[in-house]
Design a protein around this ligand. Sequence first.
Ligand code: BTN
Length: 242
Amino acid sequence: MSFNKILHFESLGSTNDHAKGLAADYPHGTVVQADIQTTGRGRGENSWDSGPGGLYLSVILKPELQPQATLPITLVTALALARTLEEFDVKTGIKWPNDILVDGKKLAGILTEGASSGERLDYVVVGTGINLSNPLPDNLPAVSLEGVTGKKPDPQLFRDRYLHHLHLLYQQFVKDGFKELGAEWTARSGASGKGLVDRRTGKTIGKFVGLAEDGAILFWPPERDPNCSELERSYETELDFV
Ligand code: BTN
């Protein structure tokens, strides 16, 4: 089923919160969209500025997968955004784990939230905020699609192309796993061979090698035992590639 059941609102607090409230009763693939959000949320304690002209939507997914699948779903969503933005003539960078950047400035962000019973996900809500033509806050390094291209994008066209890519990529992920998609993520992020730095401490924890089947970062630690051929893994979200 493609993601074409769209519940469109003029205003919501947060499309993620609304979608989570609906998730038990609405089918896989339901989309919640709002023209503005009054309490849009980003990762952690961050808010998401959600004025008119941006695209704010959340997709309810019901994967028959384990709770750990929320990480690769975030990464797959970043690929869907990057592929869509390419169709709108913008080559983007991907920043671990949930940011879409142009010249280091944020154009879109992803907030993935799941609920599980034991070893099974009940649902995942994958929310995306995309700066299309909305006014941007002065205090953040952010950019809009209109600001980058000089052209006003058609929000409905953007939404439909994004949902198309997300649907295709999600199906590929569920059918074939994350390996090939992880390679695309690595190529698009430009992270290969870069140092991995903990944002909170500034400390280098190793050198990025690639992504594992479950979306974990694979890296060589800085002082690796030359006899050890095992890569280390990290699920830490507060990492920069430098
Ligand atoms: C981030 O970069 O920290 C994630 C931002 C995610 C924002 C989107 S907008 C639609 C959905 N609803 C929310 O409240 N947040 C996400």
